[in-house]
Design a protein around this ligand. Structure first.
Ligand SMILES: *Cc1c(COP(=O)(O)O)cnc(C)c1O
Length: 219
């Protein structure tokens, strides 16, 4: 049930050398586990559920940067808008507009990532390449959101080659957005989890979202 501190230190050392950021994915894990990593210096934590992230935010130190990495329903944006640091899973203009609206109400600018569907599985959320370009063409006048980059999840498979291909594809889209005619100030390519973060980094990830490697498997 305890946090794997040795794994955390090892991972941190590795990521610092690679200049890659870490979001520690603490979904379903108790606040004591988050506090243990916090005490080792970790400040970025990721959660998938609105109620859980809101409760944890209320009972943990104020300087934690909370990343919402799950599928976000439009009607729940208002609960996390006052404190969330980054939303990774924006997959429609409707959701982006709602984040902008709620951020404005809180007098905040919220950082977001657009989620791209790269896996073979039907169940993973995200935009395809055409939908992504369409959304980027339509996002006028949203002054309270800042699009910082892309997020993607590879297929859940032991076929490393397939996973690598999917990450490579996402990186190719990200690279395109970094060049003209695009003028987005992008900083973040969020890809890689416990099982595939090494491949993701080799393929250009700038931020990994790691849970079970640090907190143990989830029931
Ligand atoms: C749960 C989750 C993770 C972490 O997965 P692990 O395999 O436990 O590292 C990363 N990203 C998203 C979107 C998740 O839902």
């Amino acid at each position: 049930m305890a946090v794997n501190e040795a794994a955390y230190k090892q991972l941190k050392d590795f990521l610092i050398k690679q200049n890659v950021a870490l979001v520690a994915v603490s979904k379903t894990k108790p606040v004591d586990d988050i506090k243990a990593l916090y005490d080792l210096g970790q400040r970025d934590f990721g959660e998938n559920y609105v109620q859980e992230i809101t409760e944890k935010h209320g009972s943990l130190p104020e300087d934690i940067r909370w990343h919402f990495i799950g599928h976000l329903q439009t009607n729940k944006v208002k609960y996390i808008a006052p404190f969330v640091y980054m939303i990774h899973g924006i997959d429609s203009l409707k959701l982006l507009k709602e984040v902008n609206k709620q951020a404005l109400k809180c007098n905040r600018i919220i950082s977001v990532l657009l989620q791209v569907h790269i896996a073979k599985e039907e169940t993973k959320f995200g935009l395809d390449e055409n939908e992504l370009m369409e959304l980027l063409g339509q996002k006028h006048d949203l002054h309270n959101v800042e699009i910082k980059g892309l997020m993607g999840m590879a297929s859940f498979t032991s076929d490393d080659k397939a996973v690598r291909q999917e990450f490579r594809y996402l990186t190719s889209i990200y690279d395109r957005l970094l060049s003209p005619p695009f003028t987005l100030p992008l900083t973040t390519l969020s890809m890689g989890m416990s099982g595939d973060y090494r491949i993701a980094i080799e393929e250009g990830s700038t931020l990994v979202r790691v849970g079970s490697l640090l907190f143990g498997t989830r029931s």
